[in-house]
Ligand binder design. Structure first.
Ligand SMILES: [Zn+2]
Ligand SMILES: [Zn+2]
Length: 242
């Protein structure tokens, strides 16, 4: 009886926080979720085979662990970057709405996708001393009103025992990376980040957080700064991979 009563209360509480229809199609949904089953099914998980280092999916049948050509030909500073979903279709739309449409409530849905990345074999058994969001340049953050990675890091922190700390800052306002190829991205990002004053990461196992992984250049550059400052390990998790 008590349990039933409690679940009713939770349901009532959830209905205050969640919309009563599917965010995408307006169809009916269960309490406590944002998407109906049909829309949720359109979010595509990244499944093996994929690059052990950067999670780039590989179309084909490889059963052994492998690293993609892009990771083999450059220095990657993170230990592994795990993306949970393909960043296309519904996942792309939701993340776009969250970031650029100021639909901040969608952070809960994106954070749930991000949490799926933590279930990956490469991260599941690890303990992280600190969760660090990839920073935005202050000018861009002002323009957007928030840093999506910080919101996700805070939600993740609330559900794990690891504190979220904004240990990095972005000191170069880089042009959008979209039109750049891999080596241009690396060049564009060089010295774009630094450790915040008074941040001490010596000996820490860090989990870097961002919404989307594209080539991994941003995460790698952040990991480089953290490791140079003494971080013992730097793994990364994102909700999607572009
Ligand atoms: Zn729907
Ligand atoms: Zn790779």
């Amino acid at each position: 009886m008590i349990a039933l009563h409690k679940s009713k209360l939770l349901e009532a509480a959830a209905s205050l926080l969640y919309p009563s229809v599917c965010t995408v199609c307006g169809g009916s949904i269960r309490a406590g979720v944002y998407l109906c089953n049909q829309c949720e099914a359109k979010a595509v998980r990244i499944l093996p085979p994929f690059c052990q280092k950067c999670s780039e999916p590989f179309e084909g049948s490889i059963t052994s662990a492998f690293t993609c050509a892009n990771c083999a030909h450059r220095t990657i500073h993170f230990d592994a970057a795990v993306a949970a979903y393909r960043g296309r279709g519904i996942v792309r739309e939701i993340i776009h709405e969250f970031k650029y449409g100021r639909q901040m409530h969608l952070r809960h849905l994106v954070a749930r996708w991000l949490r799926a990345a933590l279930n990956d074999d490469r991260l599941r058994d690890l303990h992280f001393d600190v969760i660090v969001p990839v920073p935005l340049h202050p000018a861009r953050q002002r323009e957007r009103g928030f840093n999506q990675a910080s919101l996700l890091a805070e939600l993740l922190s609330a559900q794990t025992s690891s504190p979220a700390r904004p240990f990095l800052e972005r000191i170069r306002y880089t042009t959008t990376q979209t039109a750049l190829d891999r080596s241009e991205r690396m060049e564009n990002l060089h010295n774009a980040f630094r450790l915040r004053k008074n941040a001490d990461v010596r000996g820490l196992r860090v989990l870097l957080i961002d919404d989307v992984l594209t080539t991994g250049s941003t995460l790698s550059e952040c990991a480089r700064v953290l490791k140079r400052a003494g971080a013992r390990a730097v793994h990364a998790a994102t909700a999607a991979r572009a």
